[in-house]
Design a protein around this ligand. Structure first.
Ligand SMILES: [Ca+2]
Length: 485
């Protein structure tokens, strides 16, 4: 029996599953390895690829995530749905890329809580797995519609929800309330100070729910809110005495908190004897929210020496490529590192195949099943990957096919062209030299998208009287905080 140890950030083994305990737990598990696996998608809000040790991070400690990467497959070209929270989640949940997604931006409902809901009758990975007999849960941050709307998690195949429904609400880590299913409960301790850290409650609910469902196949979407936006932590841990700013210490502690919480979840799977029958996919949702020139960016070198261009909200690789790995002793190739690309919209067909679940006959996801790829085979072949993002007066789009990537960084702007194989940092725009490829990119961009009045065609210029605002938002970009999800 494989002995596992989970490490603290200081490298000390503190949690070691005893083989006796584990054997007992295995014997009590009703299911056998090879049955339909438990499916877990862990989504970290705003973690950058360069935040994890295996990708080159030197200062922030992620020993458990690094270890899980090494025991499974690590991806260098795992793409999000798009580079902000709600549409990234929507892409995962619906199996659609941004050309067809019902949500292609963070669209806030104010003054009400919540974001633009998933439309009624949306096909979701939750509904598909639930219909195949999976127990289903989401913990963390939802952002796809409040409970009284068609976008409620409880109307989209999720049996149990715990955490923040609204993204704006998730801007505080010491909230005065959260939701247990659709029931709002108070956290009165936080009315008089920062006492109860939300991630602690959310993590405990994850462990409780997984523990209660260990004897049946389950689907868990664990949307961890760390290290997004407001820099808050309940314990600076090993960073307490570092000669860094408080924000830098807090950011590092938040990333390391993800590491230890994921480790505790994996340890529970092992103690329950179900680790061998589980697949975990881990990813960030949109790259870093900090510019490379910010104090966080400079301290932690999130771009890995400028290897990737851009960060959250852009269409460059630093925003779209995520820290990502898959882990599953019986289902995922161990010790593999690959550059072959995949995207969030592949996870719906992947989980459906793992779960033996039927995708409705009248629905065609944009993604492809990654089951063979996860097991060690090649990634599915496809024509392209496509992204959009709509914010304020701006609409952007990008497309990747083979080694080429085209970016339109604003409405009506000229298309930029890059060869990612030779120029991963997207430094040299080849558009003037390779006009035929630009024409091909534009043709593919046009065919990839479904016209929708809510999401204007990025190819079309827009008349905006918003020049002063534009300047203001540019100015804000270099600051150490984001204003939106
Ligand atoms: Ca995010």
């Amino acid at each position: 029996m494989k002995r596992r140890e989970f490490l603290t950030a200081t490298g000390v083994a503190v949690l070691a599953a005893s083989s006796t305990l584990r054997a007992a737990a295995t014997a009590s598990a009703k299911r056998k390895v090879g049955d339909r696996p438990n499916l877990i998608f862990i989504l970290s809000d705003d973690i950058a690829q360069g935040d994890m040790g295996v990708y080159g991070q030197k200062l922030i400690q992620t020993p458990n995530l690094d270890r899980l990467c090494n025991e499974g497959t690590r991806y260098h070209s795992a793409y999000t749905g798009t580079s902000v929270c709600a549409p990234a989640r929507t892409s995962f949940f619906t199996g659609l890329h941004m050309g067809n997604s019902p949500t292609r931006a963070n669209r806030e409902l104010k003054p009400k809580e919540g974001q633009r809901p998933l439309p009624p009758n949306t096909v979701t990975v939750g509904k598909i797995l639930k219909s195949a007999g999976y127990a289903t849960a989401t913990m963390g941050k939802w952002g796809m519609g409040m409970f009284d709307s068609s976008g409620s998690p409880l109307k989209n195949g999720i049996d149990h929800f715990y955490g923040y429904n609204c993204q704006r609400h998730a801007h505080t880590y010491f909230p005065t309330y959260l939701y247990d299913d659709d029931k709002r409960f108070g956290i009165p301790e936080n009315k008089t100070g920062k006492k109860v850290y939300a991630q602690e409650l959310i993590q405990q609910d994850v462990l409780k729910w997984v523990g209660n469902h260990a004897d049946e196949p389950f689907f868990l979407f664990y949307a961890i809110t760390l290290p997004h936006t407001k820099l808050e932590i309940d314990d600076l841990g090993i960073y307490k005495d570092k000669p860094w700013s408080k924000d830098q210490k807090t950011y590092a502690a938040m990333v390391t908190r993800i590491d230890s919480d994921v480790a505790a979840l994996v340890k529970l799977l092992e103690d329950k004897g179900i680790a061998d029958n589980t697949v975990i996919v881990f990813a960030g949702d949109n790259g870093s929210s900090f510019s490379p020139s910010s104090s966080i960016g400079k301290r932690f070198d999130q771009t890995m020496g400028g290897k990737l261009r851009g960060y959250k909200r852009s269409m460059y690789e630093g925003a779209l490529r995520q820290a990502a790995f898959a882990w599953g002793p019986s289902f995922v190739k161990a010790g593999r590192v690959t550059d072959e690309p995949w995207a969030f919209w592949d996870l719906l067909p992947t989980f459906a195949e793992f779960g033996g679940a039927k995708i409705p006959a009248d629905f065609t996801p944009d993604g492809y099943s990654l089951v063979k790829f996860l097991k060690g085979g090649p990634a599915p072949k496809r024509e392209y990957f496509y992204w959009e993002l709509h914010e304020g007066s701006g609409s952007k789009q990008a497309i990747r096919w083979g080694d080429y990537k085209a970016v339109r960084s604003g409405p009506g702007k000229a298309v930029e062209l890059y060869n990612l194989k030779d120029d991963l940092g997207e430094t040299t725009n080849l558009a003037k030299k390779k006009r035929k490829l630009v024409a091909k990119a534009i043709e593919m961009m046009n065919s990839a998208r479904t016209a929708d009045p809510d999401w204007p065609d990025p190819a079309k210029p827009r008349k905006t009287p918003a020049d002063p605002k534009k300047k203001k938002s540019k100015k804000n970009k270099s600051k150490d905080k984001t204003t939106q999800e």
